[in-house]
Write a protein that binds this ligand. Sequence first.
Ligand SMILES: [Mg+2]
Length: 163
Amino acid sequence: MTDSSKRPLAVFDLDNTLADTAHRQHFLESRPRDWDAFFAAAPQDPPLAEGVALAVESVGACEVVYLTGRPERCRRDTLDWLAAHGLPEGRVYMRSNADRRPARFTKLQILRRLARDREVRVLVDDDELVCDDAERAGFTVVRARWAAESAALEEAQEREGRT
Ligand SMILES: [Mg+2]
């Protein structure tokens, strides 16, 4: 049963929702993909202002929690990063170190579990597949498109800025 004495949850993804991973994306473009290097570089992620603002605004009406595809071994780095960038304190749901399933499965599973005894007010995530599945399951979703927009802008500036 939903516990109405508790604030609803606002669930935030990390990578490309709150944290800009563009600088470490190249680790996934090499073959084989270098996931260890990709995650090891996460402490250097610049924050994404739109996502951070949304998380900060959610406090009060909601309890903020984080739901990420990052593995558990990144927990310490992730908590430090959240604190360093002024994000609200909140539980962080991570993937177990051995879990290799796509994020859409693990994330939906955790969302459903959360929704069993709390209202999940919103999921904020940049992954279209995760968003589609969450919407289909009845969750309210904010699609974080700001990272893609800033990457496209940067690319355009790179190309056209030299003229
Ligand atoms: Mg993401």
